[in-house]
Design a protein around this ligand. Structure first.
Ligand SMILES: [Zn+2]
Length: 113
């Protein structure tokens, strides 16, 4: 499952941060989640809770900030808002819009104590 491997990569980021500057536990993980990242937030929360068990981020709150999808149309050169992958260009109707943003997941911040 996609969400499970993302949760594991978040755990890796937490462990790495803890090696650099030791902390007791993680209170909140703030995540930027692209609209086009094909991640189901509820499913990610479920996986997050499961993966963090027994570690410094057990019971941490997962705060998800949605990042809107963005693309650039090669046909009309418009910069467009994309709400799904492989959608036609909303300006000219052409297919093949290149995704330029909102397709990734990124840990923005770890609130630790
Ligand atoms: Zn276009």
């Amino acid at each position: 499952m996609h969400e499970m491997s993302l949760a594991e990569s978040i755990r890796g980021i937490v462990e790495e941060a803890r090696e650099k500057s030791p902390f007791g536990r993680v209170r909140t993980v703030v995540l930027a989640l692209g609209e086009l990242a094909a991640v189901e937030p509820d499913s990610l929360r479920f996986c997050f809770d499961a993966v963090m068990k027994g570690g410094p981020a057990e019971g941490a709150e997962l705060r998800i900030e949605a990042v809107p999808g963005e693309g650039r149309c090669p046909a009309c050169a418009s910069r467009v808002a994309l709400h799904a992958l492989y959608e036609p260009c909303p300006a000219c109707g052409a297919y093949g819009v290149e995704v330029t943003g909102g397709n990734r997941m990124q840990v923005l911040e770890l609130e630790v104590e």
